[in-house]
Ligand binder design. Structure first.
Ligand code: PLZ
Length: 457
């Protein structure tokens, strides 16, 4: 396997003042010009980024355990991506694939048709964002089936456009006061093993959702089931084994399109190319974005040829969809994933992270604040609960979660939170991060969790 080389020193460094004066000045400048609705979780401004490091305008170096929300899996300045982009922009930045098409779009479609699960005939269409991919997967499913209803799950996140807000579960900050929402969206229970009242197998959890679909919507009215195989924003929820395969089998039987939203979980993140592969599930349609193009905005919908090609010519598209710069970046990023075996590296990241966090959980014991350590590959999380509730009420602990993220940041570690209850710390390091740097970041996280655990209550 090829060795990864880095351009920036792969070490954490936080200077005295934090945030530094240049970042403080930029925050002030921003406040009078940037809309308040777009918030940033970290109060520093980026100067450079490479491998597992982000540097800021004041000379601090942070360990990146977020990858810009699971995007820069190959790093934020992968030489192959950077080279391909440079070369492309010197020729043409855009012509619009719907006007004067180009080869790289076709090459991305070839890659995705081959990489996504299942050996059936497939077709691909490209867009810019994850939300746009989800919107278009829904368009295809509705048109191909002639049905209206779309089923989404508790804790789901699918985007911020009107249709994808409707598909997203959490009100604040995503939906509150942004309605009215798109109609014909139905929500059914997810399999969330840690929070089930009594232990329930994946198949039973799927039956619970299926009964609801059959009784409250009617199978014949359902165009598609849309699901994140591992839920992202909702809390890195891994459904119980058997949940996804049971739903997929039911969908197949009822002529319901099974859409896997792999916007966050795709492209080696979970230790496989796609998270559905852990359970051998073959979706009819798969939505992709984030990790696909090394940081360039690109998204894709790949699906069964007969569904995708049901749409009339001109029915799908958009000015920038499959922009040529983003397409060559995707081809380069996918190349790097293969060259450096990033799926294998994600599995290695899981071993290292679990080694640290599971032993910490054991040390803190049943009365500690770690409710659960979960996830797959390099999509891992810690769910935090109130002291003494880990095995009883499992009362969420969003305050500790915020305190831990802030403590990590002050020590030079960028870490993200998520979860319906705001009580999950999630780890999404670039897959190219070095073992030592990752361990340093984890040690900082472990210390922050310990501190929160022993903080006065
Ligand atoms: N589907 C599964 O995770 C984006 C959103 C962050 P876009 N997740 C990060 C935020 O607060 O906006 C996401 C996802 C899944 C769809 C999306 C939407 O992708 O590229 O943000 O539109």
């Amino acid at each position: 396997m090829a060795e990864i080389t880095y351009r920036l020193d792969q070490r954490r460094k936080v200077l005295g003042e934090f945030p530094g004066p240049k970042s403080v000045a930029l925050t002030r400048r921003r406040q009078s010009v940037v809309a308040a609705g777009v918030a940033s979780s970290v109060p520093v401004y980026v100067a450079d980024a490479d491998g597992g490091i982000i540097t800021d305008v004041d000379g601090n170096s942070f360990i990146d355990l977020g990858s810009g929300i699971a995007v820069t899996s190959v790093g934020a300045s992968d030489p192959a991506v950077a080279g391909a982009v440079k070369e492309q922009v010197e020729h043409f930045t855009h012509t619009c694939f719907m006007v004067t098409p180009y080869e790289s779009y076709i090459a991305v479609a070839e890659e995705l048709n081959q990489l996504t699960p299942g050996d059936h005939e497939k077709r691909t269409v490209l867009f810019n964002s994850g939300a746009e991919a989800v919107e278009n997967a829904v368009k295809v499913a509705r048109l191909a089936t002639g049905r209206d209803a779309i089923v989404a799950f508790d804790h789901a996140y699918h985007g911020r456009t009107n249709l994808t807000m409707a598909l997203t579960a959490k009100a604040m900050p995503y939906k509150t006061n942004f309605g009215p929402f798109a109609p014909e969206i139905y929500r059914v229970p997810m399999s969330y093993p840690y929070r089930e009242e009594t232990e329930i197998k994946g198949e039973e959890a799927a039956r619970r959702a299926i009964t609801m679909m059959e009784k409250q919507i009617g199978a014949d009215s359902i165009a598609a089931i849309l699901i994140e195989p591992i839920q992202g924003e909702g809390g890195f929820i891994v459904p119980a084994d058997g949940f996804l395969p049971t739903l997929a089998a039911w969908a197949k039987d009822k002529g319901v399109v099974f859409i896997a939203d792999e916007v966050q979980s795709g492209f080696c993140r979970t230790g496989e190319w796609f998270a559905v592969q852990h359970e051998g599930v073959v979706p009819d349609i798969i939505t992709m974005a984030k990790g696909i193009a090394g940081g360039l905005p690109l998204s894709a919908v790949t699906g069964r040829a007969e569904l995708m090609d049901a749409v009339h010519p001109g029915g799908l598209g958009g000015t920038y969809g499959g922009n040529p710069v983003a397409c060559v970046a995707a081809l380069a990023a996918i190349g790097s994933m293969r060259e450096y075996d990033l799926a294998g590296r994600a599995q290695n990241i899981e071993r290292i992270v679990r080694g640290t966090l599971e032993s910490l959980q054991e040390q803190l014991g049943d009365s500690g604040i770690i409710g659960e350590v979960r996830g797959r590959g390099a999509m891992l999380a810690v769910e935090l609960v109130m002291p003494g509730t880990a095995h009883t009420t499992k009362e969420p602990n969003p305050d500790a979660t915020k305190a831990i993220a802030a403590a990590c940041l002050a020590e030079g570690v960028v870490i993200l939170t998520c979860g319906t209850y705001g009580n999950v710390v999630r780890l999404l390091p670039p897959l190219v991060i070095g073992d030592e740097l990752l361990q340093d970041g984890l040690d900082v996280l472990a210390a922050a969790i310990r501190d929160a655990n022993s903080a006065p209550r």
